[in-house]
Design a protein around this ligand. Structure first.
Ligand code: GLU
Length: 562
């Protein structure tokens, strides 16, 4: 077979050569050790939590090494493409600190455009580049056209499968697949000419030369040494519309764009044999690979399951509504990605996660477990270290979008809100009340008359008359100008007067000698003023809500206890 002639027949419109491409996209001029990484999503929907993983790793490795991190849009499957997905993806990733140096970007009008010398960065725009290499492979006898239509192929495969399943004869299936492949490889130039003349579409297949009995040694940077069986499958390189498959586009793009480290999901590991073969056929240097494990979650029965698209927490856009701040999510991702992150963070609490020396060797091979409780803990720590001003600002942004009613209250008196948010902040052991912005209203709502309500009941074991007596006495001497000690001494005095122990030691020695103790008196007042048994320091609460409101609430409670 005259392969040059075949190449001309199949790709008459391609006049460029691989050498032209190499000239147009020369190797990058970067310092020793600089890594070039990319995120290469298919724009088929939202950013999955699992997608934040490889992209965070890729971003860290590139930027930590003074390299380049770029975005390539893998839109070769038009059927699965979702309108606006690329734009949404860029915005979502930016929310989580993932910024690209190069690649597909959003221009000022919010449209996708290109930045950098290695574009186009959208695969659908790179047809002639792929076809240039495809033509070369045909010239070298490493790829061939296949005119069997997709439908015919599907049908054949279905029949083979059904037969094999019926007879549980896997060897027969393998043999029939092999026979099919050999038949495909067998064609004449005349046949090709006839097909082309009749306008029949074709796909371009690789002519696989591997022997699966033979294994190639391969090192994955996360998984270590692996043995990969050689590829013997004539997989498709170009679909009938001239658009490449993932495999072919991966080889051509990552080569021309100078990717040094391919960081992708472990679902691509089974395709690695194809990629190794393809890079060798094309004469490209194989990049380094990291196959990242999928994110798991525990189901109701405590079994590990893949975090699927529909699971809570899968869609990164949901986190905003759930009230998580991006800092918390990023830090949580780091704790999942690097086992020593938490230790580092404990020692460097005031440093951003981007200062952490990310280490490939500390990555888990077995798959990380997604856990909202853990995310909540990380988030509580982060919010507890923010200033009241910061919390106020972020809370308002969230509330404006998701709870306009609450936002109106917060915005009506910023000083008041900040005083509330300042409670228990700034010390060595700050309060950790908020994991999300959603938690804010239940925590601090009682400061606003609009949300104040008796959520908890009074401590058990006391009747209305007891509670009323204590509350009434409190109002008799309450003075908002009192220092904390004076204020508390007054409460102790009430305890003594009403037969409660003001001294906890005495109470513990003989509880039966008292009606209760001073903590019960405080609890009556706390429930009356805040509506809750658990609230921040009562003295501070009263200082913030003020004397008038305090009295009003306690009076209303006394009346209600009648
Ligand atoms: N488009 C592929 C995907 O979304 C990219 C995999 C890769 O990073 O190479 O799975």
């Amino acid at each position: 077979m005259d392969y040059n002639q075949l190449a001309e027949l199949l790709f008459p419109h391609i006049t460029t050569t691989p050498a032209d491409m190499e000239e147009k996209y020369p190797p990058r001029n970067l310092p020793e050790g600089a890594k070039v990484t990319r995120f290469a999503p298919s724009p088929t929907g939202f950013v999955h939590f699992g997608g934040l993983f490889p992209s965070t790793v890729a971003e860290r490795l590139a930027h930590q090494s003074g390299g380049v991190f770029y975005l390539r849009i893998e839109d070769t499957d038009a059927k699965r493409e979702v309108e606006g997905a690329s734009e949404g993806l860029i915005r979502t990733l930016a929310t989580y600190g993932i910024h690209f140096d190069e690649g597909a970007i959003l221009d000022e009008n919010g449209n996708i455009s290109d930045k950098g010398a290695y574009g186009p960065y959208k695969q659908s725009m790179r047809g002639p580049i792929y076809q240039t290499y495809a033509k070369q492979l045909v010239r070298e006898g490493k790829a061939y056209p296949c005119f069997t239509t997709e439908e015919e192929l599907d049908e054949l495969q279905q029949i083979n499968k059904k037969e094999a399943i019926k007879h549980t004869d896997w060897q027969a299936e393998a043999e029939s697949r092999r026979a099919e492949m050999l038949a495909r490889r067998n064609f004449t130039m005349e046949e090709v000419k006839e097909h082309l003349a009749a306008g029949h579409p074709f796909v371009l297949r690789i002519l696989a030369n591997g022997d699966p009995e033979k294994k190639t040694k391969f090192t994955d940077l996360v998984r270590g040494a692996l043995e990969i069986p050689e590829n013997d499958e004539d997989f498709v390189l170009l679909k009938s519309d001239g658009i490449p498959t993932y495999h072919f586009a991966h080889a051509v793009d990552d080569h021309l764009m100078g990717t040094t480290h391919v960081i992708r999901g472990e679902e691509w590991l089974p395709s690695l044999a194809k990629h190794i073969q393809l890079f060798a056929y094309l004469g490209f240097k194989l990049p380094k690979y990291m196959h990242i494990s999928q994110i798991m979650r525990l189901d109701e029965n405590g079994n590990k399951k893949k975090l699927s698209k529909r699971d809570m927490g899968a869609n990164m856009d949901d986190y905003t509504g759930m009230g998580y701040s991006p800092e918390a999510v990023c830090e949580y991702v780091m704790t999942l990605l690097n086992s020593n992150y938490e230790e580092w963070h404990a020692k460097n609490a005031d440093k951003p996660y981007t200062d952490f020396p990310f280490n490939i060797k500390k990555m888990s091979v077995s798959g990380c477990l997604f856990d909202f409780n853990k995310l909540g803990d990380v988030s509580k720590n982060i919010i507890s270290r923010m200033t009241a001003d910061e919390v106020y600002e972020k809370l308002c942004v969230w509330a404006k979008a998701f709870d306009s009613d609450f936002a109106a209250e917060l915005l009506a008196d910023a000083d008041y809100a900040k005083k509330i948010l300042a409670i228990g902040r700034g010390g060595k052991k700050p309060r950790k009340d908020l994991a999300t912005w959603v938690d804010a209203k239940p925590y601090m709502g009682f400061f606003y008359d609009k949300y104040y309500a008796l959520v908890d009941s009074y401590p058990a074991g006391f009747d209305n008359a007891d509670i009323k007596a204590a509350l009434t006495k409190f109002l008799e001497t309450y003075d908002a100008a009192d220092e904390m000690n004076v204020w508390f001494d007054k409460i102790k005095k009430i305890a003594d007067e009403l037969g409660y122990a003001s001294d906890m030691k005495a109470y513990k020695a003989d509880p039966s000698a008292f009606k209760g103790n001073v903590a019960d008196i405080s609890a009556f007042i706390r429930v009356a003023v805040t509506g809750k048994q658990n609230a921040p320091d009562l003295y501070t609460v009263m200082q913030i809500i003020g004397e008038a409101r305090t009295r009003e609430r306690i009076e209303a409670q006394i009346a209600a206890l009648n």
